[in-house]
Design a binder for this molecule. Structure first.
Ligand SMILES: Cc1cc2nc3c(=O)[nH]c(=O)nc-3n(C[C@H](O)[C@H](O)[C@H](O)COP(=O)(O)OP(=O)(O)OC[C@H]3O[C@@H](n4cnc5c(N)ncnc54)[C@H](O)[C@@H]3O)c2cc1C
Length: 322
């Protein structure tokens, strides 16, 4: 993987039966070259129709929660919000189908490939998502066909199947009740249902081969996963180890290790590795410079509000927007 992936400039959120929403990967600088006239029109429609599928008072709740998150102190995030599920934080109970499907469920799936049922209470049909926003652009450096496989494959799609418990659209069964071959066909059918928009983004002839994580196994007791993805479930932060453990010569690196990124990502895994190397060098009395550690970016413009909220949290008061 090292040095092979290229940065994507945007992402596309495709929910079957709704206009696709294409978003730039960066807002500074804001890149408009990810849009063509059709995707720009669709994205604006999607953005404005959010208001159509989510009642304005519910949208206001979501926006208020977003502002609260951005202006929350770290102490309150770790001490209070850490113990709530996403659904609880967004006050999902009793909200509309649009609110639950888009803001509670789809957002977490897009962000962290999350196992929604563990993270939030959700209603959704979609199982899938993760592919280049612009199908014509490979996300790999170099000649993919020459480097990988038998030369017939020109790109590789990585797909997260984030819901194993909701019946699919092809067989009417859950992923847990399907064979690997049925899962592959179901995944393709759902991607096709979401992406068949006349742009040729996805084509049945595109499949050279497919591969399902061998850690997923079928046995007498049902489906198991030998290598489940770490998911930040409510209250789990306290159970995660630091890179330097209580055993002086034991150091841990991995996405489950507690660090400032606090999300199971490559950034989180890298950060923990840097912390582990730093601790190892210190323990060994090495004169070598420790690797740099990085903080999660917080908008500096909101720092005064975060400080006020830190004071309020320490004084036992709720967030000013609560
Ligand atoms: C489908 C999917 C999509 C993802 N998409 C993204 C994304 O877009 N962006 C992002 O930032 N993160 C993404 N992630 C998460 C990211 O891949 C992980 O957070 C990251 O790879 C974790 O790194 P790690 O070093 O902790 O563990 P791993 O990368 O899992 O490395 C652990 C290694 O240890 C090996 N191993 C296990 N047991 C043993 C043993 N007993 N002996 C020897 N070796 C062993 C494993 O084979 C593996 O190679 C995704 C994860 C998945 C599964």
């Amino acid at each position: 993987m090292f040095d092979k992936p290229v940065a994507g400039h945007g992402s596309r959120m495709a929910i079957s039966g709704t206009p696709h929403f294409t978003a730039p990967a960066s807002i500074a600088p804001l890149r408009f070259d990810i849009y063509d006239p059709l995707s720009l029109q669709e994205s604006l429609t999607a953005a404005f129709s959010l208001g159509g599928s989510i009642p304005p008072p519910e949208l206001a709740v979501f926006i208020r929660k977003l502002v609260m998150f951005l202006t929350n102190s770290l102490e309150r995030r770790n001490g209070q919000w850490e113990h709530e599920t996403w659904a609880q934080t967004l006050e999902a109970d009793g909200k509309s189908k649009g609110y639950l499907e888009i803001l509670v469920s789809a957002l977490t799936r897009q962000l962290v490939s999350a196992l929604t049922r563990q993270l939030v209470s959700a209603l959704t049909r979609q199982l899938v998502a993760a592919m280049p926003a612009e199908r014509a652009v490979s996300l790999w450096r170099g000649d993919f066909a020459q480097r990988y496989g038998d030369g017939s494959a020109h790109d590789c799609l990585s797909v997260d199947i984030s819901d194993w418990d909701t019946p699919g659209i092809l067989y009417g069964r859950t992923a847990k009740q399907c064979t690997p071959e049925e899962i592959a066909r179901e995944v393709w059918a759902q991607m096709s249902a979401c992406l068949e928009d006349g742009t040729g983004a996805i084509d049945d002839n595109d499949i050279a081969s497919w591969f399902l994580d061998p850690g997923v196994k079928w046995g007498a007791g049902g489906v198991t996963n030998d290598t489940p993805l770490v998911i930040n479930t409510a209250g789990s932060l306290a159970n995660r180890s630091e890179a330097h453990t209580a055993i002086p010569n034991l150091f841990l690196a991995g996405d489950y290790v507690r660090n400032d990124i606090d999300l199971a990502t490559m950034e989180g895994a890298n950060e923990s590795a840097r912390a582990a190397v730093g601790a190892l060098l210190q323990t060994a009395g090495s004169p070598a410079a420790p690797p740099a550690l990085y903080k999660l970016h917080e908008p500096p413009e909101l720092e005064p509000l975060r400080r006020i909220n830190a004071d309020r949290y320490r004084a036992g008061q709720p967030h000013m927007l609560a």
